[in-house]
Design a protein around this ligand. Structure first.
Ligand SMILES: [Zn+2]
Ligand SMILES: [Zn+2]
Ligand SMILES: [Zn+2]
Length: 389
């Protein structure tokens, strides 16, 4: 007997202007989701993955919601919608055929905008890992519970799967990059460069980040926690706080902590960083705390606070490092804490557990220096999925 049971799916951007809810048949739940690591999605969101959820085919958003959103033509077939006020990517309109007179239209939601993840969303796995060169976020969340996530090199079910810790073979011949790392959003309206740390990188001041010390206490001795690995790299980490999630529309965001003195608006390092440049728009998410995003493509770009003016959180999805999406020549990833995990436990415990265990295992593999072993295994065994231990 067919069931008529339904559930209410609620979604919102950070500022609330583009909130909506819709009724979905319980039989359609959980909705299928993929995390896309392609370069375009990383540049458009500022995060390591676009977390897309396929809505039921009957869904179409109300006009009142669409009016609050800016449309970005991602491809001829996919139109991305983000909040004009706060920058949250919230919906995507997909055509089955860009050339057709009356194409079939379906809508996707960005999972970070959904009030509830557990019970509503089934994350199948990762797609377009190939683009990351270093595995990107797929190495941080290889499993959910006992289920191994799919890891497609390009399109799901139409490409090969890549093993945990896969790296593009061309990275093996790459010399360590000492040049500035280029960064830009998908539309190119926000572009900047980051220099490697130097003596001047200590000239900032900030309380501790929640990533290192929960609840971000004061830092009376001004320890330069943003510098890691003998002051050769900037600290990087993942955040699951509600504000970051809603500002980006993605499940988990990734920030690098970089002094303003190390960011320039030209490759030569002559044009000093300023908070407002290019196509950036700002949103004050709480008093004295700002988030900026590209007004054209919606990419998250920076977070900063009035009480720490010389240090920026930089959206890692914008980085264009020759060493891969995680930019590990420039960044030292904190793998022992998901920042503000407490915010996410109530709505997405499955993801929190998956990313915490995945991150920790990634850090342990890194610290054991397993990379060379893994590279050799990949060379010898090809791109078949290895068992996650
Ligand atoms: Zn908004
Ligand atoms: Zn993509
Ligand atoms: Zn842009």
């Amino acid at each position: 007997m067919a069931s008529n049971a339904t559930k209410t799916l609620k979604a919102s951007c950070l500022c609330g202007a583009a909130s909506y809810e819709t009724t979905v048949p319980s039989s359609s739940l959980p909705l299928k989701s993929w995390w896309c690591s392609c370069t375009s999605c990383r540049r458009m969101t500022g995060t390591l993955a676009l977390c897309v959820v396929y809505l039921p085919e009957s869904y179409s958003p109300p006009q009142a919601v669409l009016e609050k959103l800016t449309v970005f033509e991602f491809t001829k077939r996919v139109f991305q919608y983000f909040c004009s006020t706060c920058g949250s990517h919230i919906l995507a309109r997909c055509l089955d055929d860009a050339e057709a007179k009356e194409p079939r239209i379906t809508w996707d939601a960005m999972s970070g905008t959904l009030e509830q993840f557990d019970g509503f969303v089934h994350l199948r796995g990762h797609e377009f890992i190939n683009d990351t060169l270093d595995g990107g976020i797929s190495d941080f969340i290889p499993t959910i519970g006992s289920r191994q996530l799919d890891r497609y090199s390009t399109r799901p079910e139409k490409s090969e799967q890549l093993p945990l810790n896969w790296r593009d073979p061309k990275l093996a011949d790459l010399k360590p990059n000492k040049d500035k790392v280029h960064a830009q959003c998908k539309c190119g309206g926000v572009e900047f460069w980051i220099a490697h740390p130097s003596a001047r990188s200590t000239h900032a001041a900030s309380n501790w980040p929640d990533l290192l010390r929960p609840n971000a206490p004061d830092n009376p001795n001004n320890e330069c926690w943003w510098l890691q690995d003998n002051n050769t790299k900037f600290l990087a980490g993942t955040c699951s706080c509600n504000t970051c999630r809603l500002a980006s529309g993605q499940e988990i965001v990734q920030w690098a902590f970089v002094p303003t003195v190390d960011i320039t608006l030209d490759a030569a390092g002559k044009v000093k960083f300023e908070r407002q440049f290019g196509t950036l728009k700002q949103f004050e998410s709480s008093k004295g705390i700002f988030r900026s995003f590209c007004g054209v493509c919606g990419a998250s770009a920076f977070y900063w606070a009035d009480d720490r003016p010389f240090l920026m959180d930089v959206a890692i999805g914008l980085l264009d490092s020759p060493e891969g999406a995680r930019a590990e020549g420039l960044l030292e990833w904190r793998t022992t804490r998901l920042s503000y995990r407490e915010d996410a436990l109530g709505r997405a415990k499955a993801v929190v557990d998956g990313i915490e265990s995945g991150l920790q295992a990634h850090g342990e593999r890194r610290d054991r220096g397993e990379r060379e072993i893994i590279e050799r295994q990949v060379r010898e065994e090809g791109a078949k999925v290895m068992v996650v231990r």
